[in-house]
Ligand binder design. Structure first.
Ligand code: KIV
Length: 298
């Protein structure tokens, strides 16, 4: 394990104040974009935090990009909790949001409140996110009533991929756009502190953002939202299956990682690793003593 410490970013973290729901509100009021990425483990959360991200989402996308599931449907509370705990140890100042997995909030309001509470109590999250509009108003109200900040999620909602007929842009007709706007207003009224708008036409996302007093966080929803979120494995080029059109890749770590693994395998195979720089030896006199004691039969 390397002991090299990060240079520029440490200062950024120590100087930075804790991000809260109030920071979300203030940023919207001041027209400052809110930055958010997903993060599912300690080293990634730490790097995100040190880079100065506002918020880290332990998204149920972890099911696809970390656990290799086909979609987010199989993700369980235990899996989100496990990753939330790890990310919470790295998220020192960033606001940590835990995603409520499929069927952790749909069956009953009481179960939803209990599971949202677990994400805070056992996962170290500071808020929860759940998908859906008007059908979730009562649930949102109850979770907020328990003192838990809730982020809504409208547009393409991956937990409903079978109902939505796949990963499709939402709100493209006048009727669908009106429905989305109404849902957003209802979620705001129910107490959400922010709403993710996923795969929504840019013009509509901007319109909704202007109509709401709470900030919107866009993903594939253009530049008119109050903030942006992407899946960290997508921007790092770590997810090999597909890259959505709206993703900007900032690195190609899958290729970099494969290259590093190939070099390691070649080094070990050729006995180039470990070399003397990576090997600990005992003092020569101790070695001689060791050999002597074996000879003496001690
Ligand atoms: O699960 C997730 O990562 C998400 C974001 C893409 C918004 O819901």
């Amino acid at each position: 394990m390397s002991t090299v410490s990060p240079v520029s970013s440490v200062t950024a973290t120590t100087a930075r104040k804790k991000v809260t729901v109030a920071s979300f509100r203030r940023k919207k009021e001041q027209g400052e974009p809110i930055t958010m990425l997903t993060g599912y483990d300690y080293p990634t959360a730490l790097a995100l935090d040190q880079a100065g991200i506002d918020s880290i989402l332990v998204g149920d996308s972890l099911g696809m990009v970390v656990l290799g599931y086909e979609n987010t449907i199989p993700v369980t509370m235990e899996e989100v909790l496990h990753h939330c705990r790890a990310a919470s140890r790295g998220a020192k100042t960033a606001f940590l949001i835990g995603d409520m997995p499929f069927m952790s909030y749909q069956a009953s309001v009481e179960e939803a409140v209990r599971n949202a509470g677990r994400l805070l109590k056992e996962g170290g999250a500071e808020a929860v996110k759940l998908e859906g509009g008007r059908e979730r108003v009562e649930t949102v109200r109850a979770i907020v009533g328990a003192g838990i900040p809730v982020m809504g999620h409208l547009g393409l909602t991956p937990q409903s991929i079978h109902a939505q007929g796949g990963y499709r842009t939402q709100g493209r007709t006048a009727t669908a756009a009106k429905c989305l706007l109404e849902d957003a207003l209802l979620l705001e009224e129910a107490g959400c502190f922010s709403i993710v708008l996923e795969s929504v036409p840019g013009k509509l996302a901007e319109f909704i953002s202007k109509r709401l007093t709470i900030p919107t966080i866009g993903i594939g929803a253009g530049n008119g939202c109050d903030g942006q979120v992407l899946v960290v494995h997508d921007i790092l080029g770590l997810f090999d299956r597909f890259t959505p059109k709206f993703v900007k890749k900032y690195a190609d770590l899958h290729t970099g990682m494969t290259r590093a693994f190939e070099e390691y395998i070649a080094d070990v195979t050729a006995r180039r690793f470990p070399d003397t720089d990576h090997t600990v030896e005992m003092p020569e006199e101790e070695w001689e003593c060791f050999e002597q004691s074996l000879k003496n039969g001690d």
